[in-house]
Design a protein around this ligand. Structure first.
Ligand SMILES: *[C@@H]1O[C@H](CO)[C@@H](O)[C@H](O)[C@H]1NC(C)=O
Ligand SMILES: *[C@@H]1O[C@H](CO)[C@@H](O)[C@H](O)[C@H]1NC(C)=O
Ligand SMILES: *[C@@H]1O[C@H](CO)[C@@H](O)[C@H](O)[C@H]1NC(C)=O
Ligand SMILES: *[C@@H]1O[C@H](CO)[C@@H](O)[C@H](O)[C@H]1NC(C)=O
Ligand SMILES: *[C@@H]1O[C@H](CO)[C@@H](O)[C@H](O)[C@H]1NC(C)=O
Ligand SMILES: *[C@@H]1O[C@H](CO)[C@@H](O)[C@H](O)[C@H]1NC(C)=O
Ligand SMILES: *[C@@H]1O[C@H](CO)[C@@H](O)[C@H](O)[C@H]1NC(C)=O
Ligand SMILES: *[C@@H]1O[C@H](CO)[C@@H](O)[C@H](O)[C@H]1NC(C)=O
Length: 388
């Protein structure tokens, strides 16, 4: 009974709530290797154009070198991506990719997957201490050709006897991914899911670190803010999310880029809550940007070689946790966007449960009161009349 009522309320709310906050949406269109008649050597370039009412968001995903996702926001509906393939393909020149007209560009951010580091967690500390193996450079992986399906694309490469894959998705409007950690997304952000499947660990006690770098058209992304996350229903027992962005929270600049993730990875493809792997990050470190420009064709083409970058390491697993070896699988999801990161609100189900939780006792009290009163009345001995 109660369950049915809660479920009923939940479906009702889940129908009403989205309708109430009339969702902002974008029109998506996808092109592979824009302006090129053939598949370029050394990696693909995917362009997802997300058209808003008065603005455009360009998502660019490239496997030329280290996998890179670039977002460029413009306040025009007519902006377009221009690739000079001669420049784009040459090993060390910048300016190969522009979003034009440049006067309309209000913000840009790029995330570069530079390296995967493996270390032996000797003393079960969960720290990358001393026994590190030679890192895997992700710009040296032979990435598979991209085949977009809708506004999504997968990039895979062979690594250490297994595979490393990145799944990119862009979205027309707000929603939540089906895969755990069921990250929230908006029309202004995209998601990338990383999977490390079947890598041959170099020790039985191996853990992995992922090295990431960001570049930005505005101030470098120099801080990671920890946010409380309240959607326990979607990501059981993970209460924190990390937001890598620039400057303080109080007055976010227009077009500010962000990289956002729940502090969890999973050690199985179809996980249960027990398969959660906590993840931590190191403090962002500023870099000259030469590192990014050297490994990422897209970062070099758009930002040039002299744009400062910011890098951090993400570690998967704490002391006492099973090692990578236990399942030989790890998945982690990250959102990249401009503006404000998607914020968790109470979900319809939580709202319904809260409403039911507050409403049900009240109902019980009321019906109980009426029942008791009725019984008292009928049970009163005949001839005995209340005083009033
Ligand atoms: C787009 O611009 C028009 C006209 O300038 C304005 O009326 C409208 O509110 C804008 N829409 C959004 C979503 O900003
Ligand atoms: C591409 O860039 C090169 C070098 O700057 C230039 O010579 C060439 O004309 C450009 N091509 C196009 C199509 O703009
Ligand atoms: C890179 O460009 C610079 C200046 O344009 C040139 O001197 C250098 O030889 C180039 N390096 C390579 C590896 O092409
Ligand atoms: C678009 O952005 C540019 C650069 O920030 C700005 O100069 C321009 O006034 C903006 N245009 C509109 C229509 O908002
Ligand atoms: C790990 O253990 C070894 C031997 O037990 C010890 O010498 C070393 O200092 C420990 N390292 C850390 C980082 O605790
Ligand atoms: C996405 O961007 C558009 C245009 O800048 C803005 O109107 C909208 O509020 C943004 N939506 C979210 C969820 O940030
Ligand atoms: C873990 O890795 C080591 C070294 O690669 C290997 O010898 C061992 O059999 C692996 N253990 C499991 C449970 O797969
Ligand atoms: C990531 O960790 C490795 C090994 O500890 C270190 O060499 C590298 O500088 C770190 N990268 C960043 C961006 O902090």
């Amino acid at each position: 009974m109660a369950a049915a009522r809660i479920a009923g309320a939940a479906t009702l709310l889940s129908v009403i709530l989205p309708a109430l906050c009339a969702a902002f949406s974008r029109k998506l269109s996808v092109e592979l290797n824009p302006g090129s008649s053939s598949r370029p050597p050394g990696g693909d370039l995917l362009h997802i154009r997300a058209l808003g009412d008065n603005d455009t968001l360009h998502f660019l995903f490239c496997s030329r070198g280290a996998p890179t996702l670039l977002l460029v926001h413009t306040n025009l509906t007519s902006s377009y991506v221009k690739v000079n393939w001669t420049l784009f393909l040459s090993a060390n020149s910048s300016g190969g990719l522009r979003v034009e007209p440049e006067s309309g560009v209000t913000g840009s951010v790029a995330l570069v997957f530079t390296r995967l580091l493996e270390y032996r967690d000797l003393n079960q500390t969960g720290e990358a201490a001393f026994d590190a193996f030679p890192p895997y450079r992700l710009d040296e992986v032979a990435w598979s050709p991209m085949t977009p399906s809708g506004a999504a694309a997968r990039l895979c490469g062979a690594l250490a006897g297994g595979s490393v894959c990145l799944d990119l998705s862009a979205f027309e409007s707000e929603g939540r991914a089906a895969l755990w950690p069921r990250l929230l997304h908006t029309a202004n952000s995209s998601q990338l899911a990383l999977r490390l499947d079947g890598l041959a660990a170099r020790s039985a006690g191996s853990r992995f670190l992922l090295e990431l770098r960001t570049l930005s058209g505005a101030a470098p992304l120099d801080a990671v803010h920890i946010r409380r996350s309240i959607d326990d229903e979607f990501t059981p027992s993970i209460f924190k999310a990390s937001e890598w962005t620039s400057g303080s929270d109080e007055s976010p600049a227009e077009g500010r880029g962000f990289v956002f993730w729940k502090r969890v990875a999973y050690r199985r493809a179809a996980p249960t809550p027990e398969d959660a792997v906590p993840c931590r990050h190191s403090e962002p470190r500023p870099g000259s940007g030469r590192g990014s420009a050297e490994v990422s064709g897209l970062a070099r083409a758009f930002f040039g070689a002299d744009r400062g970058d910011s890098g951090l390491n993400l570690s998967f697993g704490l002391a006492g946790e099973p090692f990578y070896n236990a399942t030989a699988f790890l998945s982690w999801t990250v959102a990249v966007g401009v503006g404000r990161p998607p914020a968790d609100a109470f979900s319809p189900l939580v709202a319904a449960v809260m409403a039911a939780g507050l409403g049900a006792p009240l109902l019980i009290l009321l019906t109980g009161g009426v029942y008791v009163a009725a019984r008292k009345r009928s049970a009163s001995p005949p001839g005995y009349r209340p005083v009033n």
